[in-house]
Design a protein around this ligand. Structure first.
Ligand SMILES: C[S@@+](CC[C@H](N)C(=O)[O-])C[C@H]1O[C@@H](n2cnc3c(N)ncnc32)[C@H](O)[C@@H]1O
Length: 249
């Protein structure tokens, strides 16, 4: 079924209460060290759920999405913000962006669905579009870690039943061709180094998602990646939601 953008993606923030609560409680604390930044690039902004916040942390914000409808809506939504530059792309190229011009690249809730080839194409672009020492933060799939498990080989009808009975958790359409390990290796091939990777239990028990922070720097001269396996991500979301519902004043 085609997504209708009726609520502009706001409904995806329900476990955190609102997108504002998710931004201030879950996202900003994870990227605070990289902000403010002179020039930011957001890949796959959708209807601008995070663009709305990112625009206040930079002098120039490039946003690139392969869906014309999304970029049209962002042009409308951010019409008064002349430093927001909106582009439709082919789903893998960043040719509109000058080389070595980006201080911080961000993408959240989009790369979880994309496959290895697309992630690889964007990392290849970022290897030249980021300034040397520039940083990136990508929320991507770690479902590859589970793709060959016994559980994934159960008959689909049985899996469906066990998910319904809440015995198994659902994979939320995470892409099976990407994992935290693979992402780290693909970064290294493009002259990018993963500073940290936080594996999280997105809406379930398994660590099917990963937040990778990386920099454009010679990987052989960097410290090993700091890897965190966070099984409490949804508990954190529930706390953020509870706090966001406390009446103010
Ligand atoms: C689930 S929406 C999330 C949008 C936004 N990041 C948010 O959190 O609200 C996924 C977005 O990714 C975009 N997208 C998917 N694959 C893409 C690709 N290969 N290149 C650029 N945009 C892509 C879609 O057009 C859509 O806007």
């Amino acid at each position: 079924m085609k997504y209708d953008w009726k609520d502009a993606g706001e409904e995806w923030s329900a476990p955190w209460g609102t997108s504002a609560a998710q931004w201030f409680g879950a996202i900003l604390p994870r990227i605070r060290a990289f902000l403010p930044a002179e020039t930011i690039l957001e890949i796959a902004p959708g209807f601008g759920r995070w663009t709305y916040y990112l625009k206040d942390y930079c002098q120039e914000l490039w946003i690139v999405d392969r869906a014309e409808k999304c970029i049209e809506e962002c042009r409308r939504r951010f019409a008064v913000d002349s430093h927001v530059r909106c582009y439709v792309n082919d789903g893998r190229s960043l040719s509109m962006i000058p080389d070595a011009s980006i201080d911080f690249m961000f993408s959240f809730d989009s790369f979880v669905h994309t496959d290895r080839e697309v992630v690889e194409a964007y990392l290849c672009e970022l290897g030249t579009k980021l300034k040397p020492g520039g940083k990136g933060f990508i929320h991507h799939s770690n479902f590859g870690e589970y793709a060959n498990s016994l559980r994934e080989r159960l008959p689909p009808a049985l899996t469906k039943l066990l998910i319904k009975a809440e015995i198994l958790d659902w994979a939320h359409h995470r892409n099976p061709s990407m994992s935290a390990d693979l992402f780290r290796h693909l970064c290294a091939q493009q002259g990018l180094h993963c500073l940290s990777q936080e594996l999280v239990n997105w809406r379930g028990r398994r660590l099917i998602d990963c937040f990778s922070s990386f920099t454009r720097a010679d990987p052989s001269k960097q410290k090993p990646t700091h890897i965190i396996r966070n099984r409490n991500f949804m508990r954190e979301a529930a706390l953020i939601r509870a706090k966001s519902q406390i009446p103010k004043g």
